[in-house]
Design a binder for this molecule. Structure first.
Ligand SMILES: Nc1nc2c(ncn2[C@@H]2O[C@H](COP(=O)(O)OP(=O)(O)OP(=O)(O)O)[C@@H](O)[C@H]2O)c(=O)[nH]1
Ligand SMILES: [Mg+2]
Length: 201
């Protein structure tokens, strides 16, 4: 198994493709792939940046809905990382929302090299209705996913979000039993996330 620091070293992370429609999704199915999914603003791009130790590999924004296409990154020529557009951003039109949903569905169905979806949940909010909808979809499609709580620097000891998230996950067919607790801001859980990914390669 390759060491974590090798795989995620700075010089070896590249943006490879952006897909705004199903035709643009690259067919580089020879590399193992992991995808980051979650509500808009849940911290997907920030977590990818923290993982690779780069500030701006994946773009982040204060404004939800910034990542409007599927972005693909290649790590050391050995791993493909997919940053999915966030769902649940209320201010976009219904037509736009349906387009995004369809794009994500198209991506998830029949992606043979997809090893795991990391489903990000903002720890300040916990699992919301549209997260449950995505979990239903992943369970139905038998796509293995792992819940990642993000922004845990923002919660205090009295929060029961970890317990609540574990309870929901334990009921789910395709959910990986262990959840990951992370903060892109202070680095909590980033190494553990890296280890999970390396173990999938
Ligand atoms: N406090 C704190 N803020 C974070 C953390 N991770 C992300 N954020 C902030 O949350 C906001 C959204 O982060 P992004 O990484 O752009 O979220 P995203 O899920 O990629 O958003 P979309 O691309 O719109 O779907 C930004 O203002 C980040 O700075 C974290 O670990 N702690
Ligand atoms: Mg993003």
């Amino acid at each position: 198994m390759a060491s974590n620091s090798n795989i995620f070293s700075r010089a070896e992370c590249k943006f490879t493709a952006g897909a705004a429609s199903v035709e643009q999704i690259p067919h580089n199915l020879f590399l193992p792939e992991v995808a980051f999914a979650g509500r808009s603003n849940s911290g997907k791009s920030s977590l990818i940046n923290a993982l690779v130790g780069q500030k701006d590999l994946a773009r982040t924004s204060k404004f939800p809905g910034r990542t409007q296409q599927i972005n693909f990154f290649t790590i050391s020529g050995k791993l493909s990382i997919c940053d999915l557009p966030g769902y649940g951003y209320a201010a976009v039109s219904k037509k736009m929302r349906n387009l995004w949903d369809q794009l994500i569905l198209d991506y998830l169905s029949g992606r043979q090299n997809l090893r795991r979806v990391f489903l990000l949940i903002d720890a300040r909010r916990g699992i919301q209705k549209n997260d449950l909808a995505i979990m239903d979809l992943l369970d139905a499609a038998a796509v293995v996913y792992q819940i990642v709580l993000t922004k845990v620097d923002q919660i205090d000891g009295s929060s029961d979000v970890i317990q609540q998230t574990e309870d929901e996950t334990s009921r789910r067919a395709a959910a990986y039993p262990q959840i990951l607790i992370t903060s892109a801001q202070n680095g909590t859980g980033i190494a553990a996330l890296g280890n999970e990914i390396v173990a999938l390669m």
